[in-house]
Ligand binder design. Structure first.
Ligand code: ZN
Length: 177
């Protein structure tokens, strides 16, 4: 297997798992060296053909697999020959991490810009404006809504943001200005 080393990386395993899900993982985890048909793959790993196809198309949509169609001249039947393009994984993974970093930074800003109130009975969180509309009473159970600090959440996000920035070699935004 050409991609053995790549697939030993737990980050890459997790990435593939998130893409194709547990059902598609046997497909994503056993890329053949050359071209393969979906039927061959299904037989090889003992999976339903539909599950194999679903996984292959997810990989295709993420630029991690390509296919070409062959038409059988006698039957007119189409065969799909698949090639795994796992050389693209590091690049795709980096894009994914950039997206995650952007989302985290946006979410952090939301946490910083808002005050939150909590129903301790239902563990439901409300923004200040919502809580005020409800007269600081939980609309579900009537309990009093209490002011809630999100500093621990923000700190956890900061740590995650920092480690992502380090990994991606991205400077904090403040430093760019
Ligand atoms: Zn409640």
């Amino acid at each position: 297997m050409a991609y053995e080393e790549l697939l030993e990386d737990p980050v890459i395993q997790k990435y593939l798992h998130e893409l194709v899900g547990p059902t598609g993982m046997p497909v994503a985890a056993s890329p053949p060296d050359g071209e393969v048909t979906d039927e061959e793959l299904a037989e090889e790993i003992g999976l339903e053909l539909n599950d194999v196809r679903r996984a292959l198309f997810i990989l295709y949509e993420n630029d991690l697999a390509t296919y070409r169609r062959l038409r059988d001249e006698d039957s007119g039947w189409l065969t799909y020959l698949w090639t795994f393009e796992y050389d693209n994984i590091p690049e795709r993974l980096e894009e994914e991490m950039h997206r995650l970093l952007d989302a985290l930074e946006e979410r952090r800003q939301y946490e910083m810009d808002n005050e939150f109130y909590l129903c301790e009975t239902d563990s439901i969180r409300f923004e200040f404006g919502e809580a005020m509309e409800f007269g600081f009473e939980c609309p579900q159970c009537g309990s009093e809504l209490v002011s809630m600090s999100n500093s621990q959440l923000v700190e956890a996000m900061d740590r995650r943001i920092e480690s992502l920035r380090e990994e991606l070699n991205v400077q904090p935004e403040e430093a760019e200005a």
